[in-house]
Design a protein around this ligand. Structure first.
Ligand SMILES: [Fe+2]
Ligand SMILES: [Fe+2]
Length: 165
């Protein structure tokens, strides 16, 4: 429960997704550019919702000094984010490049709402790069640092017997 994406972030993702779907249905260059955005954005959003953003769901609980139950899951997700971060950032570059094209054609076709949408989505990507991804990674490191250290032999026994001696 705690490892769910914080609801404002989920709402933001859903809103961006809905606006993009609307743009893809536009005729002409705007629709074409929006469909190109959707192609690179969709798999990226799926990965974010799978492992990049859910760890942030425990931030509030931790700040309140309450115990966190799902620590193993948080560590697993944040380790994955850490190892896949370069790829995630490359995807942002590709998404931003397509969004810049969308903003350009939206201005040409006098549809400023889609240019604003493109700016909003670019800002979303920057927020993730500068705040959300680092926060998620630091959170995983923090959780790991708070775990009791188990000696290597103890770990093996724990796995074999299912009980820590
Ligand atoms: Fe996102
Ligand atoms: Fe992203």
């Amino acid at each position: 429960m705690e490892t769910a994406i914080p609801s404002p972030l989920k709402a933001e993702h859903d809103e961006l997704h809905q606006e993009l779907v609307k743009a893809t249905k536009e005729p002409g260059k705007v629709g074409e550019a929006a469909r190109a955005v959707a192609e690179v954005l969709h798999p990226h959003f799926v990965k974010e919702e799978e492992y990049a953003l859910p760890p942030l769901g425990i931030l509030k609980v931790l700040a309140e000094g309450k115990p966190v139950s799902d620590t193993e899951k948080v560590i697993e997700m944040t380790e994955r984010l850490k190892s896949e971060l370069p790829r995630m950032l490359e995807e942002h570059e590709a998404i931003v490049a397509e969004l810049e094209k969308l903003a350009e054609v939206a201005c040409e076709e006098n549809k400023p709402e889609y240019a604003r949408f493109a700016e909003k989505l670019i800002l979303h990507a920057r927020t993730e790069e500068d705040v959300l991804y680092p926060a998620s990674i630091v959170l995983g490191e923090y959780i790991k640092s708070k775990q009791p250290r188990i000696p290597v032999r103890g770990r093996a026994r724990q796995r074999r017997g299912g009980q820590f001696i």
